[in-house]
Design a protein around this ligand. Structure first.
Ligand SMILES: [Zn+2]
Length: 751
């Protein structure tokens, strides 16, 4: 080491002034016999699923931002990218190649299992002193490997070997241990929105509601960025018809009125759905709705919406659902919602590049894209080049909304949970209990309870109540309490039975350069939930003790009769008869309870008459109880019927590559898909079969496969067999050597 230091000083001196070379030669001779500097070393192995620390003290100048290598926690069932960095002793060493073998413990002994698939480049040049940013920022300066999702489980040792073939002096080995015990799952309750309204020219159009496949595809971007399993749990919460163009001015940075009207209905759909606390609610809109400034809207209040295939907006809105505020980058000056705790990540934050640097180097294993902290900004900012930051990625680790579970590795390995729970090893039960799926949080949904749900709008202090429902649901936990406002339920003697705060379901427009809502504004969708009481006769909302809105029970009885449901072809028709006083406009909603689920699920809201036709595919297959709820503005009546929903073929979607995309022939390609049976269950992994250009290439949600070397079009097909039904889908993509698309693919041109 002492020798190297001395030599390094001499080399630096020569670099500074080459004329000293001769003079310094004597000093080199003084060092005595020269040990060989012809060697290579492995200078670290980075394992990244989306973003990771590596030698953070060499590029992050604030100590608070630094962490040990690979300190970002790895999760189960998400692919990882392994980057092996090699350095030389002195001169540049070309043609360095490598291999990585996964070892697992078998009865306490590390044993080779599989060799990892290598990615481009297959050889690198090892340099003595590479520049940090160029080494980290380019794929070609490390030897790269893929750990498929299926291997990301338990305690793993990466046995890394590098060498220059045929040169014995250039060889190095190392072992890196990694752990993947944390499994997190993103649960999405999708609300498909169909649009029956004017298009940009004013002509009435009917845009079909997005399908399960649309939700799966749009969610893929979020799954790439978040520390979650590659398979999300998506279920649909009814279909909702909207007829208003999403245009309109942005008032003080908040969502335009049209978006608020949309979010109002989504808030009702969510309450009617039971306000499930373990899922993210998202309304998906068909493309073609006339649009104003906002590309998406939502907030911490529990609902958000965006368009089909706009994955970035969905990821951003889902971030708000996790209570993430805006990252301070490229925001308009009046956005007061940004997160003041967002780290500055020196030296990457410059006003010119936006202030929301992702903080470390990000990698997307699917495309082999590297996101530099110098140019990439956090998903919660408005900057153009977005990826998830260290800050938000780490906030999602062990997040209750992702149902984090500790799962075991191999059979003879106990999960770390065991040692935590049984501090005294002697108390570990023998045989050990089944550890599969132990939740970190003992999450229990609250029981459904009868509530009076009041929903409306507020603009400054102008309150407009549009909906009063008495339904079995759960109290919403999201939203911001409006200071000075209370909702009350009173009896005939004007005594208060229940009192609750009024919540502002904060909403702000996103993805458009329009700004977030000022925190002082009272603007947007509001909701109050009061436990119901039989003797209630009056509802009122007070602002600082003063009554600003009142509604009394109508004297007349509200009744539903003759509820019936039938299916013809793809459509489910539900009809009934409502007897009501016409004191207020009657509200009508429908939900259902399937025999394989214990929860009411929204089917339709915002109905104009005592009859509705909806796609039967909105329901999971099997026996279902249908519940119609009508409200006269104070009371609600309920009517029920039942129906058998026939089994449908599973829904299968290819998430990567996407139609018309370009995949590099020099990278081992990821084929990633998902399938769900009509009863809502995900199909077993071995029921998913992949074919590339007609030849089988593997099975499961994910399959990594080398592409043929030639450039050109390929067709990948995913077939799902399960429950006696088969579904198939195909995607055509382009393979190029450079990753650049040489021309636009025209699918029709194929004939
Ligand atoms: Zn936002």
């Amino acid at each position: 080491m002492k020798f190297e230091k001395a030599l390094s000083t001499i080399i630096k001196a020569i670099e500074k002034d080459p004329s000293k070379k001769v003079l310094l030669k004597d000093r080199i001779d003084l060092l005595g016999p020269i040990p060989s500097l012809a060697y290579i070393i492995i200078n670290g192995v980075e394992v990244t699923q989306a973003i990771q620390y590596r030698h953070s003290n060499e590029h992050l100048t604030d100590r608070a931002d630094q962490a040990p290598d690979n300190a970002v926690r790895l999760v189960v069932d998400k692919p990882a990218y392994v980057r092996v960095y090699v350095q030389s002793g002195l001169a540049r060493v070309n043609n360095v190649r490598g291999s990585v073998i996964i070892q697992r413990q078998r009865y306490g002994v590390w044993t080779d299992t599989v060799s990892l698939e290598q990615q481009w480049p297959f050889s690198i040049a090892a340099l003595r002193n590479p520049v940090y940013a160029s080494e980290r920022g380019t794929l070609s300066s490390s030897l790269n490997f893929i750990i498929p999702s299926a291997q990301m489980r338990g305690k793993i040792r990466l046995k890394v070997h590098v060498e220059v073939p045929g040169e014995a002096r250039y060889t190095a080995d190392t072992n890196v241990d990694i752990h993947a015990y944390l499994k997190q799952t993103l649960r999405l309750r999708g609300i498909p929105v169909q649009y029956w309204g004017p298009d940009a020219t004013g002509t009435q159009v009917k845009l079909a509601a997005p399908t399960m496949g649309d939700f799966q595809r749009t969610l893929a971007t979020t799954l790439l960025m978040f520390p979650v399993s590659q398979t999300a749990e998506i279920s649909l919460a009814g279909t909702f018809t909207f007829s208003e163009p999403l245009t309109g001015a942005i008032a003080n940075g908040a969502c335009p009125t049209s978006w608020n009207n949309l979010l109002f209905w989504l808030a009702i759909a969510k309450a009617f759905d039971g306000n499930k606390s373990n899922a993210v609610y998202y309304g998906l809109l068909p493309n073609g709705i006339p649009l104003g400034g906002a590309a998406g809207c939502g907030g911490g209040g529990g609902t958000a919406a965006g368009f089909v295939d706009d994955g970035i907006t969905m990821a951003h809105e889902i971030g708000h659902y996790f209570n993430f505020r805006h990252a301070p980058g490229c925001l308009p000056p009046d956005d007061l919602l940004f997160d003041p705790n967002y780290p500055t990540y020196e030296p990457y934050n410059t006003a010119a590049g936006g202030m929301a640097s992702i903080g470390e180097y990000g990698v997307d294993p699917t495309t082999g894209t590297i996101y530099s902290p110098n140019t990439s900004r956090d998903i919660m900012s408005y900057c153009p080049s977005r990826w998830i930051s260290l800050y938000h990625y780490q906030a999602l680790i062990e997040h209750p909304l992702l149902d984090p579970k500790i799962i075991p590795g191999e059979r003879d390995q106990l999960p770390p949970y065991v040692y935590e729970k049984f501090r005294d090893r002697r108390t570990i039960p023998d045989p050990t209990p089944p550890w599969e799926g132990i939740s970190i949080f003992d999450h229990k949904e609250a029981e459904l309870q009868r509530y009076v749900v009041i929903t409306g709008f507020i603009q400054n202090d102008q309150l407009e109540i549009r909906s009063v429902l008495r339904i079995d649901t759960r109290a919403t936990t999201a939203g911001r309490r409006l200071e000075g406002f209370t909702a009350e339920l009173l009896n005939a003697n004007n005594q208060v039975i229940h009192r609750s705060p009024l919540l502002n379901l904060v909403s702000h427009a996103c993805g458009c350069g329009c700004s977030g809502q000022s925190s002082h504004e009272r603007l947007g969708v509001i909701q109050a939930m009061l436990p119901d009481a039989i003797n209630a006769t009056t509802l009122c909302i007070r602002q600082n003790k003063e009554e600003i809105w009142t509604r009394r029970a109508s004297g007349q009885e509200l009744k539903i009769d003759d509820v019936s449901a039938f299916i013809r072809e793809e459509d489910l028709t539900i009809s009934w008869h409502t007897s009501a006083s016409d004191q207020y406009t009657v509200e009508r909603l429908i939900r259902y309870l399937s025999n394989n689920g214990s929860e009411w699920q929204t089917l339709a809201v915002n109905l104009q008459e005592d009859r509705v036709v909806i796609p039967a595919a909105s329901l999971t297959s099997g026996y279902a109880i249908i519940e119609v709820v009508v409200s006269d503005g104070f009371n609600s009546a309920i009517g029920r019927t039942s129906i058998d929903i026939p089994v449908r073929p599973p829904i299968v979607t290819i998430l990567w590559p996407v139609e018309g995309s370009t995949v590099r022939t020099d990278l081992v390609a990821r084929f990633w898909g998902t399938a769900r049976a009509s009863n809502g269950e995900s199909t077993p992994e071995n029921c998913l079969c992949w074919e590339l250009d007609g030849k089988p290439i593997g099975e499961g949600s994910e399959c990594w496969k080398e592409l043929p070397e030639w450039e050109g079009e390929h067709e990948v097909t995913l077939t799902v067999r399960g429950f006696g039904e088969t579904s198939q889908t195909s995607v055509i993509f382009m393979a190029t050597c450079t990753g650049q698309r040489p021309y636009k693919i025209n699918r029709n041109a194929r004939g």
